[in-house]
Design a binder for this molecule. Structure first.
Ligand SMILES: Cc1cc2nc3c(=O)[nH]c(=O)nc-3n(C[C@H](O)[C@H](O)[C@H](O)COP(=O)(O)O)c2cc1C
Length: 175
């Protein structure tokens, strides 16, 4: 893939909030996680973990925890990407908190793009009640849920999501 193909690949991805009930195969899930595992991480400590949720009951509970966002109940798989604080803090102390969040965020981005490459759709879901998600998934205290990534076969919208002009983000040499 050359750089213009890569740019085209990125611009063709959109968040999808309607899914068919076609389940993901174990091989598809494994592929997504293998891709996540190639992501860069602070000190190569890989301070991220995932909880892969496919059971109806748990997805419905996660949807309720995500303020009733329907796509969380509808998508056949929810990959809950978590920061593992202990793994990063053992080396980096307080800074490890930030590194673990970044590690998890990058891992989630890799999964999202890996899904896109496999013609699967995703919706990164960050609005959720963290305590409720912790309870549903029995997360230990040192683990923070960062994103509920809905993954499945869905229908991408026909138009692409608008963006600010890229120049509005850019400062050169100093702010
Ligand atoms: C940190 C983060 C949190 C998000 N939370 C939600 C969410 O709770 N619900 C939702 O439907 N979409 C959520 N999204 C998806 C964004 O709405 C979406 O990425 C944005 O509107 C751009 O659209 P696109 O993904 O189609 O390019 C989130 C995305 C990010 C990166």
């Amino acid at each position: 893939m050359d750089s213009s193909e890569f740019f085209g690949f990125l611009t063709q991805r959109s968040s999808v909030r309607h899914y068919s009930d076609t389940p993901l195969s174990d091989a598809e899930i494994q592929y997504l996680l293998d891709c996540a595992s190639t992501a860069p991480t602070a000190g190569n400590l890989e301070a991220w973990d995932v909880v892969v949720v496919t059971e109806n009951e748990v997805r419905f509970a996660l949807s309720a925890a995500a303020y009733d966002q329907e796509h969380v109940a509808q998508a056949p798989a929810i990959v809950v990407v978590c920061a593992n604080y202990i793994r990063s803090m053992s080396q980096y102390g307080e800074r490890g908190i930030l590194f673990a969040v970044q590690d998890a965020t990058i891992a989630c981005t890799y999964i999202m793009l890996a899904a896109h490459a496999a013609k699967l759709q995703t919706c990164w879901t960050g609005a959720f009640d963290e305590d409720a998600v912790r309870e549903i998934l029995e997360l230990p205290q040192h683990v923070r849920p960062i994103a509920l990534l809905a993954v499945g076969k869905g229908h991408p919208p026909s138009g692409l999501t608008e963006r600010m002009a890229v120049d509005e983000h850019i400062h050169r040499e100093s702010w």
